[in-house]
Ligand binder design. Structure first.
Ligand code: NAP
Ligand code: 3JN
Length: 345
């Protein structure tokens, strides 16, 4: 008999939460029962799961009674409040927010990047930021084979990374533009910011708030999380994170400096062999990854691989993935699958 589990999705009505439900269905996750949680705003809404209708419930500490696995994506402050409550009631929490990612006792997990979990007693596992996940999936095999000293990344991020409100705002602004109306902007770059800018027909070089050092928090997440996941504090990482009027699919232009010289063929082969990564690189036929083709797919796609013309250890990569799939929901469900495989739950 296959063992089955009681699962809760915290933030089930959001962009990530909806994709978590899709992934659990698609991957036929062994579910005994499932609970969909939100704020009071969405409580009472109905969600279809595997042909049955479920009613969304307002999240309370008691919602986690009897839950084995709780997938959290309702924001950092909600995780800080409710994750300990879920753990207290016996659940393992897989948290999609930044609340616990940099805690030294909390594993920050991308299953393709193998790591020892720090003991099976750990009850909160952190899912990294979407921009970090797709980058480390492509970089890890290169680091393993050739060593790595430096990473410089510029991102081209879709609005779905900022939630359903930002998707709706892009669509409304595009319609307003067609009707020659002024764009209304309330969501981007960050809802809590002083100023808001239209994203339709625009590019915004700010994702999340600014830190005191002039980098944005999204950039600092990429820098700190990459070092933690790849277990290398000496790896130099620099990031510039930018929002584009794309609905789904983050793209990244990445420059890596390897510790040893490598050929283009060796780098392409390493990418080709990497788990969860697909090489899509044929310039003569204009084959390269783009967000529209990656939307809804599981893989991280890599193309436009070029050797630095001045440094045989330097390579340029173009990395694209669905930020809600591998960048968030799929990675969380894969963590849950790994915990089952390791007999942790
Ligand atoms: P979203 O589309 O705006 O959805 C937010 C979800 O959180 C909704 O289900 C909302 O419920 C729920 N929520 C809000 N306040 C709540 C409360 N007080 N109690 C319970 N539920 C509450 O946002 P999203 O894009 O899904 O992102 C949600 C969070 O996931 C983000 O804040 C972030 O921490 C994380 N995230 C992670 C990644 C990543 O890179 N891995 C990417 C995107 C997001 P209502 O429907 O009731 O409002
Ligand atoms: O903007 C994106 O493309 C990714 C955004 C992720 C995000 C949005 C709001 C809060 C996060 C995250 O996962 O780092 C958070 C957060 O939990 O801090």
């Amino acid at each position: 008999m296959v063992k089955t589990y009681n699962v809760a999705i915290m933030g089930a009505t959001g962009a990530v939460g909806q994709q978590m439900k899709e992934q659990l269905e698609k991957r036929d996750f062994p579910i005994k029962d499932i609970v969909f949680l939100s704020s009071s705003r969405s409580a009472g809404k109905e969600i279809e799961f595997k042909g049955k209708t479920f009613t969304v419930q307002e999240a309370k500490p008691e919602s986690f009674k009897g839950i084995d696995i709780a997938l959290f994506s309702a924001g950092g402050s909600i995780s800080e409040e409710f994750a300990p409550e879920a753990v207290k009631r016996g659940a393992i929490v897989i948290d999609n927010t930044s609340a616990f990612r940099m805690d030294k006792d909390v594993p920050l997990v991308v299953p393709e990047v193998k790591q020892k979990r720090s003991g099976s007693s750990q009850r909160i596992i952190a899912n990294p930021n979407c921009s970090t996940i797709q980058m480390v999936c492509a970089l890890q095999p290169l680091k393993e084979q050739f060593g790595m000293t430096k990473v410089v990344v510029s991102t081209y991020q879709a609005v779905s990374g900022a939630g359903i409100g930002a998707i709706n705002e892009l669509k409304a602004q595009a319609a307003d533009f067609d009707n020659a109306k002024d764009a209304q902007a309330e969501m981007l770059p960050v809802k809590s910011a002083k100023n808001h800018y239209p994203i339709a027909f625009n590019v915004i070089p700010q994702i999340d708030q600014f830190a005191d050092n002039g980098y944005t928090l999204e950039e600092m997440k990429m820098i700190n999380e990459t070092k933690k996941i790849m277990h290398d504090d000496s790896l130099a990482v620099a990031a510039t994170c930018v929002r584009l009027p794309v609905v789904t699919g983050h793209s990244e232009s990445v420059y890596v400096e390897l510790s040893r010289a490598a050929t283009i063929a060796q780098v392409k082969q390493a990418i080709k062999d990497a788990p969860g990564v697909e090489l899509m690189d044929d310039p003569s036929n204009q084959i390269y990854p783009m967000p529209l083709m990656a939307a809804g797919l599981d893989e991280v796609f890599v193309g436009r691989i070029r050797q630095d013309l001045d440094n045989p250890n330097g390579f340029h990569l173009w990395i694209v993935a669905d930020n809600l799939v591998k960048g968030a929901a799929l990675n969380s469900v894969q963590i849950a699958e790994a915990l089952i495989e390791e007999n942790v739950i």
